[in-house]
Design a protein. Structure first.
Length: 68
């Protein structure tokens, strides 16, 4: 997870849907806002997208946000 421009960005891995032994890396950007005097947290998904594919058995060890 990372704060990018005030939005929450989440990265996760999923099993590939094809026949091969691959794992997909997915990413989503979520606009977050506080409601009810800060007692509730609401989110609106801006986008969700597969950003890569890696061999099965791989894992995300470290993830960092970089602005350019």
């Amino acid at each position: 997870m990372a704060n990018v421009g005030g939005n929450l960005v989440v990265v996760w891995e999923e099993k590939g849907k094809g026949i091969g032994k691959e794992m997909e890396i997915w990413c989503a950007e979520i606009e977050v806002e506080k409601r009810e005097g800060g007692r509730e947290l609401w989110g609106k998904v801006g986008w969700v997208e597969k950003v890569g594919t890696v061999p099965s058995g791989s894992s995300i060890a470290h993830c960092m946000a970089v602005e350019v």
